[in-house]
Structures are given as structure tokens and as C-alpha cells.
Design a protein around this ligand. Sequence first.
Ligand code: MN
Length: 251
Amino acid sequence: MRILIANDDGYLAPGLAALVKACEGLGEIDVVAPEQNASGTSNSLTLHRPLSAFTAANGFRYINGTPSDCVHVALTGLLPRRPDLVLSGINNGANMGDDTLYSGTVAAAMEGFLFGIPAIAFSQVEKGWAQVDAAARLARSLVEQVLANPPAPGAWLLNVNIPNRPDAIELPRRITRLGRRHASEPVICQQNPRGEPIYWIGPAGDAREAGEGTDFHATANGCVSITPLQVDLTDHARLPAWRQWSQAVGS
Ligand code: MN
């Protein structure tokens, strides 16, 4: 068993160290993580400059790029053998609902999934790393369970959000769907020292669809949320309507 572990908070992040430590003994572990915090970079790849790989004193490798770069480079050139599993995290803060589209944590796992490898993204619901070791123990127990009883043949992708609690490993685990968020808060406009306007992206909106069965609902009720993800963005429900529309307008 070979496991590749990445994240988006950077190779120095406590959540990465906790996940690696908790997974010791499950197999051969390689860590390839971004040099700097790359949260919110989604699935971006660095195409207009070369990337460099470095090795830290603790053996973690880091790349001056995005989370997707890290997994991409690891799988296509850096690692001598293909891993059997890709893990990402543990992220500093939740990745639920629409946030998953922006998440570098989810993107790192998704990059493994796109290469046909089962992958899991782990996030703690609250920022600040409180109870990160408990979250890492939960992560290990989940990894052990899916390795012992694979949920489906072939590759799959899970997005796991863990409440910051010391008893995380004992919390009920819910299979969930992504909720939805309201549109983000407006940008925050300030002036730079030269008097020019600068803009900070505002915070995410509140949960809009947080009903039973969603990731928001599960974590708000003290459960670990496990959402199976897919990559296909096709609006399958509206395909027939669009095909009818296309015929109607004569295209
Ligand atoms: Mn992050």
C-alpha cells in the first residue's frame, strides 16, 4: 500500500503533520505539498513557469505551486511508483457546499481521482487546528475502513468534514450531499498607500440549503460528514430541456 498525502495549507501546516503521523503504519507514505498556503486555488495548474520540488528536513516534499500541481507532479514524474490512495488535508476549516468548487484541499484529492486513484479530502469544520489530532485519528480509522471494505470498484472521491471535537472518532458518520451557500459577501474595498483602491475577496455566504442529508446539516448536528463527489458538471436534469430548446430555435 502506497499513500500520497497532499494539502493546500502548505507543507508546514499542522493538519498535514497530524494526518501523516496518524497514517503511519498503513503503508509507504509520500508527502508532496505546496510550499506556501494555496487555499482557494481550486484545480489550477501552473502552466507558465516551471515547478521545483524540494525536500524538508522531516522528509516531506514541497513544490512551489498549487495543490493540483503537487499531486500532478507526484503522479507523473516525482514518485517512483503510482500510489494506491491519495489523501489531502487535514484542512484548516470546512469545505462544504459550494466551497468545494474553490477548495485546494478537495482539488488535490480530485487530481488523484482524475488519474484513476481513490482519494479522500479531509477538513476540520472550524479553523484554528483545535483537536486536529483527534480529527487525524478519525481520518485514519476511515482510511482503514475503506481499505478493508472498498465502497465501489475503481476510483472514487470522498470529501470529509470533521467537527473539532476530542471525540471525533466516536461521532456518528453520515453519508451526505453537498449543501448550497448564498452568494459571497461583497468585496472589501480599501486604499493602498498610493491612494489606489484595492479589493479583498469577502467571506463566503451563509448556508442556503442546509437541510437534512447535507454536509452542513450533518456537521451542525455533531456528525462527521462524508460526501462522495464526482467531476461531471453536466446539468443532466436539464439536458432534455436544452435539447428541446435547441430543436425549437433550429440549431
Ligand atoms: Mn486550506
